[in-house]
Design a protein around this ligand. Structure first.
Ligand code: ACO
Length: 373
């Protein structure tokens, strides 16, 4: 008989990984041994994607080569392109991305291979493609013309350009790049685990990514950043503290707070809080930042909970001009680098992931013919 399960697999070590590591007590996060505090604001998202997918922070030459590979991968694929308008009409952003990534698999030249070099190429293509899918989805529903990506700009700046229609300032680019760096990987989070479970059946990378996108979509995971903004928008700025206390007293969860692993401040939230404040002040109206600060104080005083990555990411994206329902897609743009690296890692040393379960149903039932039931 199986042991008692740990609800939600809390504290269960489900895989070995060399990609990222969390010290939940100290509130620290590392990508391949590099402290996130040393990376955010100092490296580009492309460098981090290279670190995760190819094992090392790139040299200038390696980055140029990887950048060229990403540039070649900036395409939707015919099937996705032909269907994006109808998908945009019928599906909300994360559901649309789940479908679009699945469609794009049909046009991937390596679709039938799980070989290491094929996975490496697919990882780069998926990373290059995800921001383009979001931009095309958004353009299809707004009817706006999408600016061509500027070859001089990286993924962060091109994404902001294509979503807002405006060339971001160097500081906006730096901040958004840091956001992408901060979201790139996070050990055995739910969507990464889903990707690894799928990959471990020796299914293909696109299937694993579709599983991950569907998992990120939920409000207990990546979907929380959108819900944070919806909460802020619904609150009266002069009644934040009382409204939050009332929600907590009613047993409601406050989106953007709490974490399975961190027992102290999420190190990503430290950066995002600072960036939210800076952008709020620069915009001339930092109301949402100030409301967020007040929410943070009340939730901590009432429940001892800290903000997670999604809490201040919401106002940062808002100040950058990103529509609220694209906040979770932005998460997927970044996490694509981590998901794909985990699929590569899983395939490199694979064993089927197949846990046990505890049976809690009835036993020794007597079968009765259908006419006598
Ligand atoms: N607001 C209010 N209470 C909370 C919150 C919250 N955000 N988070 C946890 N709690 C309370 C729970 O109600 C529970 O209280 P109880 O023991 O009195 O029933 C206790 O803290 C433990 O919470 P669980 O949900 O059991 O903790 P778990 O580790 O399973 O969940 C999670 C972690 C999902 C992140 C949870 O904190 C949550 O739902 N937060 C809100 C959603 C969110 O922000 N998700 C994004 C997480 S980060 C990411 O995925 C990118």
């Amino acid at each position: 008989m199986a042991d008692k399960p740990t609800k939600g697999l809390a504290d269960v070590v489900a895989a070995s990984t060399a990609l990222s590591d969390i010290d939940g007590k100290a509130g620290r996060l590392f990508y391949r041994g590099y402290d996130i505090h040393d990376l955010a604001g100092r490296t580009t998202f492309e460098e981090i994607a290279h670190l995760l997918q190819r094992g090392k922070l790139p040299t200038h030459d390696q980055l140029a080569e990887y950048g060229a590979e990403l540039a070649r991968g900036r395409s939707l694929g015919g099937l996705a392109e032909n269907n994006v308008a109808e998908i945009a009409e019928k599906q909300a952003p994360m559901a649309a991305l789940r479908t679009l990534v699945s469609l794009s698999a049909a046009d991937d030249p390596d679709k039938n291979s799980n070989a290491a070099d094929a996975n490496r190429r697919k990882a780069a293509r998926l990373t290059a493609q995800q921001p383009i899918l979001v931009a095309h989805y958004h353009a299809a529903r707004t009817g706006a013309e999408i600016p061509e990506p500027d070859p001089e700009l990286g993924i962060a700046a091109n994404f902001l350009l294509q979503i807002t229609g405006r060339r971001p300032s160097p500081r906006e680019t730096e901040i958004f790049d840091a956001c992408l760096v901060l979201h790139a990987d996070h050990t055995m989070n739910a969507s990464t685990f889903a990707a690894r479970v799928c990959a471990a059946t020796l299914s293909d990378m696109h299937s694993a990514i579709v599983a991950a996108i569907g998992t990120l979509k939920g409000p207990l995971h990546g979907g929380a950043n959108e819900q944070v903004m919806r909460t802020l928008e619904a609150l009266d700025p002069s009644g934040v503290a009382q409204a939050v206390r009332d929600k907590l007293a009613a047993g409601e969860k406050i989106m953007g707070f709490g974490h399975r692993v961190y027992k102290t401040e999420d190190p990503r939230a430290t950066h995002l809080r600072r960036m939210s404040r800076e952008l709020g002040e620069a915009s001339g109206d930092d109301t949402y930042y100030r409301m967020s600060k007040e929410m943070e104080e009340v939730v901590f005083a009432e429940k001892g909970l800290y903000p997670n990555v999604d809490f201040y990411a919401a106002t940062v994206y808002h100040y950058l001009g990103i529509p609220t329902d694209l906040f979770t897609p932005v998460f997927s743009v970044s996490r694509m680098s981590g998901w794909t690296a985990h699929v590569i890692e899983q395939h490199a040393d694979n064993r089927l992931i197949r846990p046990d379960s505890e049976y809690i149903g009835e036993r020794d039932q007597k079968w009765i013919p259908i006419d006598e039931r």
